[in-house]
Ligand binder design. Structure first.
Ligand code: GLC
Length: 740
């Protein structure tokens, strides 16, 4: 986010005219649909309903009343700076009050969770990251920005860029997986996609301001390290771990110009991220140079009382403001407490001025002062989705699908085959969306059943069971009788991942394994398609199922994308952005782990389990194609400031295919134990059958270091290994000594 000099001067002039109350008002976000909009905590309300003090009807009335309470008077008084909203008519109404009826006429900034698409919903991030395609990441984000801005939404609570290594945690679905490097490339691409429309005229002739929004990188920071994978749980780690694993995507996003950040719910090394001066003020603002502002997560400032770090609302507000938290989401705690805190000297005027300046700067950069309203034309521009948007959601979905097994080459299917489509998820037109999408329309959704039917193939649907359904033996018999092949769609409901959706058992929920066993027992070929929001524990499936496709939750075009892959019209190219365990007990599980002094192996006294494998069943970076690729002749040359890896890749199969060539590094001996592998680059190569190409990937020497426990980035001379291959577990290797 870059302001012009004139914009900066306008912000300065505004600040000089504002009262203390008006400055604090900018730090207040109204989130009517969130718990925080209530005078009591969620738990207290539920308790009142549970012990009968209020009826269920009264409880839901309290909720719906709060959702309708837009506190117009507070907006008129300049006490609200932002509203969470997705109603374009209500937007113009509230904006008019703020701009035309308040003393300073400062426009509201409207924020919303637009995580993987607005109306044109594309794959959940955990899936899209597996495309290993920054250009795609950027284009999908730009599409979301364009669609949402016409509805008055100029601030996305996205991208979610938390590294996640424990798939018990439901929010792994929202983020770009387990690897800091891939997560960083994803993060910066999303920031550019959401924001860079500010600096270029749109190709479609729309107003420049309608082509960008303010991003909000979240959840800052280390939220994905929640102990036991339980959401909102405590996190603790070394400073080097924080800087090497969890901070890199936020550093990359800030360098890409991220306008805002959202602090995370978790406490980190004993200090909640909402009031953590080290992460907020010292690191994000001073070290990384965040230009915009930080917003709390919902209700999180008040929850510092529950954390046990704040004695009361006053103390929570005081600590948060002083730590660098610029805006309160949902509790009104700043508006109620900060004026008093300034008058008592507990919070300085500089802190208030800094927060207000940061917030006004983002609003100015968004061009909200000169164009606060949305026109009728804009409001209806995407009533019918443009073909380009639909095509992009299809492209993103296709590139996110991962072929895990195809032992008997049952795939690709032939158009003349009769298909028995099985599983309740297969016909469900909304489960394809995934968690954290709220602006889609069911008329745009293509279920798996729709997608297969769209190919003209002979497809009959037999529910047979699902994540929560009983098995129907009769329908299994019918499915076996009808189809030459059974396509079984199994997985999770989208409500089983996302926020507050941690699972202690990450196998296929319900009786789906039993269903698969019964389908196998029919003797018909079974193709298993997974629809899920986390890296499931697939030990049994990998052993018993000959054909497995990871379909994730791919958004509105999922059905057509899956059909194009199953029939071979699109040769799968996706890779895994997360390691899949055999059993849940292996978690947290990730490829970039330290060696230990006794690396797991056959000998008893090594790091492993006596009752399960210790490796992943499907590793990070893994994904098959309908063709095969062979790697040879890896060479690594040293230049002054880089290593240049060259490898030959040959298509040794029968059809054209695209491979994602991955480059990993190991710092073999260092002053801290380092991972056995770290992803440091990737490149795609498309090869016709029999074709061979040389692929070159460069690794800058500046990127070969790590952060020590003082948070200092160091590069140490010594032996390094460079690995190149089509997955983290299948590589060629070269060793070399380096002196930086
Ligand atoms: C939620 C989520 C956060 C979201 C916010 C507003 O609790 O943690 O990701 O942006 O509230 O909906």
């Amino acid at each position: 986010m870059k302001l012009t000099l004139q914009q900066q001067q306008r912000v300065d002039a505004l600040l000089q005219q504002m009262t203390l109350e008006e400055k604090i008002g900018q730090m207040n976000q109204l989130s009517p649909s969130l718990v925080g909009g209530f005078d009591m905590s969620f738990e207290e309300m539920i308790e009142m309903a549970m012990d009968g003090r209020i009826t269920q009807e009264e409880l839901s009335e309290m909720f719906s009343k709060a959702e309708r309470d837009y506190r117009e008077d507070d907006i008129r008084k300049g006490l609200i700076g932002s509203v969470m909203l997705q109603d374009p008519d209500k937007y113009n109404e509230l904006q008019r009050i703020a701009v035309e009826e308040s003393r300073m006429g400062i426009p509201l900034i409207i924020g919303l969770d637009v995580i993987h698409g607005f109306r044109s919903v594309y794959p959940i991030a955990l899936a899209e990251a597996g495309a290993f395609d920054p250009d795609l990441f950027q284009r999908t984000a730009r599409m979301a920005a364009k669609e949402s801005r016409t509805q008055g939404i100029s601030w996305h609570f996205a991208p979610m860029i938390d590294v996640g290594r424990d798939s018990r945690w439901g929010r792994v679905s929202e983020g770009p997986g387990e690897d800091p490097y891939l997560a960083s490339r994803f993060a910066e691409a999303k920031i550019h996609g959401l924001q860079d429309g500010a600096y270029e005229d749109a190709a479609d002739g729309t107003e420049r301001r309608e082509n960008y929004v303010a991003a909000c990188m979240k959840h800052y920071v280390a939220y994905g390290a929640a102990e036991s994978g339980r959401d909102y749980n405590t996190t603790s780690m070394s400073i080097s771990q924080l800087h090497n694993v969890y901070l890199p995507p936020f550093k990359a996003a800030t360098e890409a110009g991220a306008a805002t950040a959202m602090a995370s719910f978790n406490d980190l090394n004993g200090v909640p991220c909402t009031v953590n001066t080290y992460t907020l003020r010292r690191t994000l603002k001073e070290r990384y140079g965040l230009q915009g502002f930080v917003v709390s997560d919902a209700n999180a400032i008040r929850e510092c009382i529950d954390h046990g770090i704040a004695a009361d609302r006053y103390d929570a507000a005081r600590q948060a403001a002083n730590a660098g938290m610029d805006m309160d989401m949902g509790t009104s705690i700043y508006v109620e407490e900060l004026k008093n805190a300034v008058e008592r000297g507990d919070v300085s005027m500089e802190v208030i001025d800094e927060a207000a300046r940061r917030i006004l700067s983002v609003k100015m950069w968004l061009d909200l002062f000169d164009h606060p309203y949305i026109t009728d034309e804009a409001k209806h521009r995407y009533d019918k989705l443009p073909k380009g948007h639909v095509d992009l959601t299809l492209e993103a979905a296709q590139k996110s699908i991962v072929l895990l097994k195809n032992d008997d080459h049952v795939l690709p299917l032939k158009k003349e085959q009769k298909i028995s489509l099985v599983g309740s998820l297969a016909a469900n037109p909304t489960e394809i969306i995934g968690a954290w999408a709220m602006s889609w329309k069911s008329e745009d959704c293509v279920s798996i059943l729709d997608g297969l039917k769209n190919t003209g193939a002979a497809v009959e649907y037999f529910p047979c069971g699902g994540p929560a359904e009983e098995i129907n033996e009769e329908e299994i018999a019918q499915a076996a009788a009808y189809g030459d092949v059974i396509v079984a769609v199994v997985g999770e409901y989208s409500a089983m991942s996302g926020e507050a959706s941690s699972r202690a058992d990450t196998t296929l929920p319900g009786k789906q394994r039993e269903l698969l066993a019964k389908l196998l027992a029919t003797g018909k070929p079974v193709v298993t398609l997974l629809m899920n929001g986390r890296a499931l524990a697939l030990g049994w499936e990998a052993e018993h199922l000959p054909t497995i496709v990871e379909g994730w939750q791919l958004g509105i075009q999922m059905g057509n994308a899956v059909a194009s892959v199953l029939f071979g019209d699109y040769n799968p190219t996706g890779k895994l952005a997360a390691s899949f365990p055999y059993v849940t007990g292996q978690l947290p599980l990730y490829y970039n782990h330290p060696s230990t002094g006794r690396p797991g192996g056959k000998f008893k006294f090594t790091s492993k389990y006596i009752d399960a494998p210790f490796e992943p069943v499907f590793p990070f970076g893994y994904g098959l194609s309908y063709t095969t690729f062979a790697y040879c002749d890896l060479t690594v040359k040293e230049t002054e400031d880089a290593l240049v890896a060259c490898v030959k890749v040959k298509n040794t199969g029968e059809v054209c295919g695209t491979e994602t060539v991955q480059l990993y590094m190991q710092d073999v001996t260092a002053s801290l134990v380092r991972p056995v592998k770290e992803l440091k680059g990737f490149a795609k190569v498309t090869l016709a059958a029999g074709e061979e190409k040389e692929v070159v990937i460069e690794l800058k020497k500046a990127d070969m270091g790590f952060y020590n426990n003082d948070g200092v980035y160091v590069r140490e001379d010594g032996k390094f290994r460079i690995f190149v291959g089509g997955s983290s577990a299948d590589t060629l290797m070269q060793e070399l000594d380096l002196a930086f």
